[in-house]
Design a protein around this ligand. Structure first.
Ligand SMILES: *Cc1c(COP(=O)(O)O)cnc(C)c1O
Length: 376
């Protein structure tokens, strides 16, 4: 079967290999069969292996849903009664975590920093010192809205110094930028199969500390479907997900994991870096400005500022590229108009070279000046 290969430069779902796509085509199976249970066991172990977790200390818990379900699960499940969450927030994805607190009516501090800047660790520490009732600290590793890399190891060390659990949204770094759960001071990290793993949508997972999950058994149950302990406990007792898993996505994820380990952590990260460098080079050559300073970039998402050209129109440029097999994506910053080009997925440098040929044509076809112009 010939499947058209699209180059997705959006921040997930990402371009997948044909072998991962085809892995979904399997004989029908009831996921309550032992055969399926043994697949899930291996899958859960591999997810811990990716972040180099000791399998006795760390486990993974699967959910059927997009990546946001993990943020919901971690926050609603891991906050003891009467305690407060601290969200170290410099972007749209940490704002999601603050909204989860808001929707569950949980006490929280939304500690905001500018979207193009690293959090001030001295301020983080002061808040922790002044609020001994903070029991959970949450932040985002790669703020996908901008591409900013947060200093998670340092934030985690502070969380632990003040006896708080550290949950990190690693959805846009997991299985790409190397993570060591223990050395990075992470208690819980998370992702979905469609991003770094380059599999399909519908499967998300939390990787984290078993002892803390077991302790959370006695915390208030705030959600029926999205409780971490309940899902963990069901897995441990039965080897199955509590409710119906995304069966075909599980098969494609298992294939994607095979391909992940065959490529290797180091080689895969080197490939993403190659792609990212090619994206930045292409943007630089066309004169685009970016939101995040080079030293603060997570190496996966480039956020370019719209030029001040009366002929610039993101939609028409997008459509031109889309018709030719390349997907570009709007930004996620309320103050600046930006678009994003991401280095996720089964793509390499040559795809970016091809993309910039098309992108340049799109600018020329719309009479947008090259290099692009800014007023100040
Ligand atoms: C993609 C992503 C998510 C999940 O978003 P969904 O819209 O639920 O797929 C969460 N956090 C980060 C940092 C992400 O990049």
């Amino acid at each position: 079967m010939e499947i058209k290969r699209n180059i997705l430069l959006n921040p997930g779902p990402s371009t997948t290999t044909d072998t991962v796509k085809m892995a979904q085509v399997v004989p029908d199976i009831c996921p309550r069969e032992k055969e399926f249970g043994s697949l899930m066991k291996g899958l859960r172990e591999d997810l811990v292996r990716i972040v180099h977790g000791d399998p006795d200390k760390y486990t993974s818990v699967l959910f059927c849903g997009s990546g946001t379900i993990n943020i919901d699960v971690c926050i609603n499940s891991l906050l003891p009664d009467g305690k407060k969450a601290l969200i170290v927030n410099n972007g749209a994805y940490s704002t999601r975590a603050a909204e989860v607190c808001e929707f569950y009516g949980l006490p929280y501090i939304d500690l905001r920093f500018p979207v193009d800047q690293l959090p001030d660790l001295a301020v983080v520490e002061k808040i922790l010192r002044d609020n001994p009732d903070i029991a959970l600290v949450h932040t985002t590793h790669n703020e996908t809205g901008t591409g900013l890399l947060n200093p998670i190891r340092e934030i985690g060390a502070l969380a632990h110094k003040y006896d708080a659990v550290f949950t990190v949204d690693t959805t846009s770094t997991y299985a790409m930028r190397p993570i060591n759960i223990e050395e990075d001071n992470i208690d819980f990290c998370m992702a979905s199969a469609q991003k770094g793993l380059m599999a399909m949508t519908g499967l998300s997972f939390v990787v984290g500390n078993r002892a803390i999950i077991e302790k959370s058994k006695d915390y208030p149950k705030r959600s029926y479907y999205c409780n971490l302990f309940l899902q963990y406990d069901f897995f441990e007792k039965t080897g199955e997900m509590h409710f119906t898993p995304p069966v075909q996505t599980v098969y494609s994820t298992i294939q994607a994991l095979k391909e992940y380990f065959a490529e290797g952590e180091e080689a895969k990260w080197a490939r993403h870096t190659r792609v990212f460098n090619a994206i930045n080079k292409g943007l630089d050559e066309l004169g685009f400005r970016q939101v995040i300073k080079p030293e603060n970039r997570a190496g996966l998402v480039s956020s370019a500022v719209y030029p001040d050209d009366p002929n610039w129109n993101f939609e028409t440029v997008h459509d031109y590229c889309y018709e030719r097999g390349f997907t570009i994506y709007p930004g996620k910053i309320s103050t600046t108009n930006t678009f994003r080009l991401c280095a996720l997925g089964a793509i390499d440098e040559a795809d970016i070279t091809d993309f910039f040929k098309v992108f340049r044509e799109a600018l020329e076809a719309n009479n947008i000046a090259i290099p692009v112009k800014y007023n100040d």
